[in-house]
Ligand binder design. Structure first.
Ligand code: HEC
Length: 135
């Protein structure tokens, strides 16, 4: 392999590993909660819950809003919490701003990783994301 291509490949691998090696709980704590704190809790937090939705705690997120659940564990494409972030979505969140692709990718990875975290086999530790490259 050409050294430059090899380097690019390794860099990509490092990025994939960084995000997907974490389970849903770690992704929430490490990547998603801080994002919501900055971009969402002004309207979905302790002071105000627009449409009945709180995004300041995991419990509030999973409770959903006035129109029902906002997260379908493991299925970001069916989760309004993810779908509303799309630039073409209506309603669109945050209403007058746009999250970056990287920020939306964090939300996507977290919801995807949930499929394993929410339904662990009895008596066994939580499995890691299927994308995980590390043991
Ligand atoms: C400036 C205030 C504001 C901010 C900031 C904001 N929202 Fe909202 N959000 C609203 C309003 C208002 C509604 C109800 C609007 C509607 O249904 O058209 C809503 C509704 C929602 C709903 C639907 C809840 C339900 O069940 O009806 C979701 C999901 C949501 N927001 C996610 C987010 C996310 C994720 C962020 C941060 C990336 C965010 N919002 C930031 C004002 C805001």
């Amino acid at each position: 392999m050409h050294p430059r291509i090899a380097l690019t490949f390794l860099l990509c691998l490092a990025v994939v590993r960084d995000v997907s090696g974490m389970d849903a709980a770690a992704l929430w704590a490490d990547q998603v909660q801080a994002l919501f704190d900055v971009k969402c809790i002004k309207c979905h937090g302790p002071l105000e819950q627009k449409s009945g939705l709180g995004l300041d705690t995991l419990a509030a997120v999973m409770r959903g809003g006035a129109e029902g659940e906002v997260v379908v564990p493991g299925r970001p494409e069916e989760s309004r919490l993810y779908l509303y972030l799309d630039p073409n979505s209506d309603p669109h969140m945050p209403p007058k701003k746009q999250l970056s692709d990287a920020e939306r990718a964090r939300v996507h990875a977290w919801i995807r990783a949930m499929i394993l975290a929410t339904d662990p086999p009895r008596g066994r530790p939580l499995l890691r994301s299927p994308l995980s490259l590390s043991p």
